[in-house]
Design a protein around this ligand. Structure first.
Ligand SMILES: *[C@@H]1O[C@H](CO)[C@@H](O)[C@H](O)[C@H]1NC(C)=O
Ligand SMILES: *[C@@H]1O[C@H](CO)[C@@H](O)[C@H](O)[C@H]1NC(C)=O
Ligand SMILES: *[C@@H]1O[C@H](CO)[C@@H](O)[C@H](O)[C@H]1NC(C)=O
Length: 304
């Protein structure tokens, strides 16, 4: 069986190797998709997913749809000289089911015996390149020298078109649909906004996306998602604010402040920023002036 799979793998590699347009040092997989080491070692799942999706929203940490892809990942890890586990794009979704990042079912699995040990929200799939087996792991966990392997899907995956509301095409919205949060999310550059008031309407105005609002954070999992994005887009302007300057903080989408992660108690009137170095919120004066500082903000919209 092992030889047979190896033989077939070789055949697939030869066939697809001829057609796959992978730019060195990317490597073509048996599915024709390109794979590479993103050189972001020790990332949690949110960060790994975010760095892979950076260029094209449809890229992700690997999705393993059959035994050929599974064997290919073992070989790829060996070629990259790593024995450390790395993330797959499978995670427990908002409804408690294991799903790939594009919201598809796990039709092929290669869990280690007794796995998945945890199937609750906040658990993701980790690939052990020594055994080729998968295990469930806290999505926030980091593995010191674990690589971030990315997969670029051949043209046309575009599951966001199906899952997320339409945007004005020329606004170039780079969506991410989070299976964990069941939300369509997109990161926007803040440099175009001159004031806090303009910032308040920014999500509705950009892309004319139905029911788009600033992201509010109500739990650790959402905060980790934001932190994953801060690795690429720091600083992130959080939409928490104190409009009356009396220490009564609010989220811009109108939701209650029921979770906070301030690094220190925020002075009245503060706004909040997240940097790449910590998942905590840094209080900052609100007059920092959008436009004077590079940064991003995050919008959310309900899926279709
Ligand atoms: C995914 O699995 C669920 C059962 O868990 C099933 O109801 C659904 O039809 C499957 N979806 C597809 C596209 O196969
Ligand atoms: C994952 O780990 C973090 C940090 O140790 C912890 O706060 C969180 O509760 C854990 N999540 C789950 C689902 O166990
Ligand atoms: C993180 O970065 C910010 C901005 O550069 C800095 O103000 C803050 O002190 C840093 N925090 C840590 C824990 O290094």
């Amino acid at each position: 069986m092992g030889h047979c799979i190896f033989g077939l793998l070789l055949l697939f590699n030869i066939i697809f190797g001829l057609y796959a347009q992978c730019e060195d040092p990317e490597v073509a997989g048996p599915n024709g998709n390109c794979y590479w080491d993103e050189e972001k070692d020790g990332a949690d799942w949110y960060t790994a997913s975010s760095v892979c999706a950076f260029v094209v929203g449809d890229n992700s940490v690997p999705k393993v749809t059959n035994a050929f892809v599974n064997s290919f990942l073992v070989k790829l890890a060996s070629d990259l000289g790593t024995t450390e586990p790395f993330w797959l794009s499978a995670a427990v979704d908002y409804s408690g089911k294991w799903k790939w990042f594009d919201s598809t079912n796990l039709t092929f699995t290669n869990w280690a015996p007794g796995e998945p040990k945890n199937s609750q929200l906040g658990y993701c799939a980790l690939f052990d390149p020594q055994s080729g087996k998968w295990r469930s792991e806290n999505c926030s966990a980091t593995h010191k020298s674990g690589k971030t392997i990315c997969e670029q899907f051949s043209k046309g995956l575009s599951h966001y078109d199906k899952l997320c509301p339409d945007s004005k095409p020329d606004d170039n919205i780079n969506y991410d649909y989070s299976i964990i949060l069941n939300k369509c999310l997109y990161v926007q550059p803040a440099s175009v906004w001159g004031s806090w008031e303009l910032f308040g309407n920014a999500c509705q105005d950009s892309g004319e996306i139905k029911d788009a609002k600033h992201l509010s954070i109500h739990d650790d999992i959402t905060n980790q998602w934001v932190y994953g994005n801060a690795q690429l887009n720091e600083p992130i302007f959080l939409s928490i604010h104190d409009p009356n300057g009396d220490g009564t903080f609010q989220w811009m989408d109108g939701s209650k402040v029921d979770y906070t992660k301030w690094v220190s108690p925020p002075p009245a009137g503060s706004c909040g920023l997240m940097y790449a170095n910590s998942s905590s919120w840094y209080p900052t004066p609100c007059d920092f002036g959008f436009g004077s500082q590079d940064g991003t903000y995050i919008c959310q919209a309900p899926p279709k």
